[in-house]
Write a protein that binds this ligand. Structure first.
Ligand SMILES: [Zn+2]
Ligand SMILES: [Zn+2]
Length: 138
């Protein structure tokens, strides 16, 4: 698996993780991810928060609220608008990278799809186990 590193569209913000592999990969069909991504779902690559370093002074954050009622800090590039990663306060210790901002996203394989109840009919992920909302906690 290639190194976990990536950047926004304009290249002003780049990131790299020291993690060898992601903690989890999951697609999210929630309406907030749909709006932020501008498409049917977000593909999230979770890495330990302390493994990520980020460069670029155009990194901005929008404070959203998750279904738990806790904040979801959505980081993006304020120059080009690319969503980069989310800090979901209900799930501490992880950051959720937007998979398509990786330098190489070809290895990404979702283990689950969440918030299937708001999934668009034109955006099914074949063979990926789907949960109506958040998956049961392990
Ligand atoms: Zn940018
Ligand atoms: Zn979502």
């Amino acid at each position: 698996m290639p190194k976990i590193s990536g950047r926004c569209l304009c290249g002003s913000v780049s990131y790299t993780s020291t993690a060898d592999s992601p903690a989890m990969v999951a697609a999210c069909h929630c309406t907030h991810c749909q709006r932020q991504s501008g498409t049917a779902f977000s593909m999230n690559v979770a890495v330990p928060a302390d493994s990520l370093s980020c460069d670029g002074d155009s990194l901005a954050t929008y404070q959203d609220t998750g279904s738990s009622g806790m904040p979801v800090l959505r980081s993006f590039c304020s120059k080009c608008g690319s969503p980069l990663f989310s800090d979901v306060k209900a799930i501490p210790g992880l950051l959720f990278l937007k998979a398509a901002t990786l330098d190489d996203a070809s290895w990404v394989k979702p283990a689950a799809a969440i918030w299937g109840r708001s999934k668009q009919p034109w955006a099914s992920l074949e063979g990926v186990p789907e949960f109506a909302q958040n998956p049961p906690r392990a």
